[in-house]
Design a binder for this molecule. Structure first.
Ligand code: NAP
Length: 265
């Protein structure tokens, strides 16, 4: 991938995170083309050697990998614009547009084009994304390239397309759920005596540490909870009080509500 020509079409927040990740992982800037209408926003990438332009058709010429990073409502018009320049067998197309199925992408692209869909989250900005990726039914040619592309943003998991909406809820909306959890912990921390800055520092590292324990030990959350709940102690008193107020239930119901909303129920 390092010597590939790669076009990121619609280089906004996510596109810029991808471009940064690619450059930082050693992809030659001269092989990266970035498009958007307001190209001035991309001047720092141009200074690093990327080709910055607003001509989407020109950007994909001679590229192997085309990343669609526009908003979902721009996808159809964009594909009508660039599709005549896409060559099946040469271009691999990967879309990050939420809710746009590979069937829709395939229907707007030349027959036989390798098409992938991905759902990163905003932690892509700090290269800690969890990106769920799926291939279109028509084939997985180019899957290694697509995996290395999204690996520059963090971890990659391949899933069936039928789970893409669930992935959006758990992985992308999940960032917001965790942020609200963190904010509530900080508010509690202030009430028991810390200033906001110190409470935030304690909570952020505690959340990172908790996730790292699970990642490195592959343990179950409940077995880590057992280690810190002394009989008649303060941890179990707090945890049970949270559960009496519906802590786990509220989270599960919230995830289900997001899922119902994304599926138009
Ligand atoms: N942000 C995330 O973490 C995240 C996570 C999962 C999925 N997604 C998906 O990723 C996509 C991008 O999200 P985002 O947050 O990066 O949005 P964004 O910041 O709005 O980026 C999209 C960019 O597309 C450009 N654009 C619009 N029409 C264009 C056209 N015809 N040709 C070229 N560029 C065009 C816009 O720039 P100009 O106005 O300058 O053209 C805009 O900066 C969305 O489909 C979203 O659903 C994002």
């Amino acid at each position: 991938m390092k010597s590939m020509n790669i076009a990121i079409i619609g280089c906004g927040n996510l596109g810029m995170a991808l471009a940064r990740g690619l450059i930082d992982s050693g992809v030659q800037a001269s092989g990266i083309r970035l498009t958007r209408r307001h190209t001035d926003v991309l001047s720092s990438f141009a200074e690093e050697g990327c080709m910055v332009m607003s001509d989407n058709r020109k950007a994909i010429e001679g590229c192997s990998l085309v990343i669609l990073a526009v908003k979902p409502y721009n996808v159809e018009a964009l594909l009508q614009e660039i599709s005549p320049g896409i060559i099946a067998g040469q271009h691999i197309v990967a879309s990050v547009a939420t809710g746009i199925s590979t069937a829709t992408l395939v229907s707007l692209l030349p027959k036989g084009t390798s098409v992938f869909r991905a759902m990163p989250n905003t932690a892509a900005d700090v290269k800690e994304s969890l990106t769920c990726v799926c291939a279109s039914g028509s084939g997985r040619d180019g899957s290694e390239v697509v995996e290395s592309l999204f690996a520059v943003l963090g971890e990659v998991i391949w899933i069936e397309e039928a789970l893409m909406e669930a992935a959006t809820v758990l992985g992308a909306c999940g960032i917001a759920y965790v942020m609200r959890f963190i904010r509530a912990m900080v508010q509690g921390g202030i009430e028991i005596g810390f200033d906001a800055h110190t409470a935030s520092a304690i909570v952020q590292q505690t959340v990172r540490g908790a996730a790292q324990l699970l990642i490195e030990r592959s343990s179950h959350p409940e077995s880590e909870i057992d280690k810190v709940t002394t009989p008649k102690g303060c941890t179990i008193a707090g945890l049970n009080e949270m559960e009496h107020h519906g802590f786990s239930s509220a989270l599960i119901k919230g995830i289900k509500a997001s899922y119902d909303q994304i599926n138009g129920k």
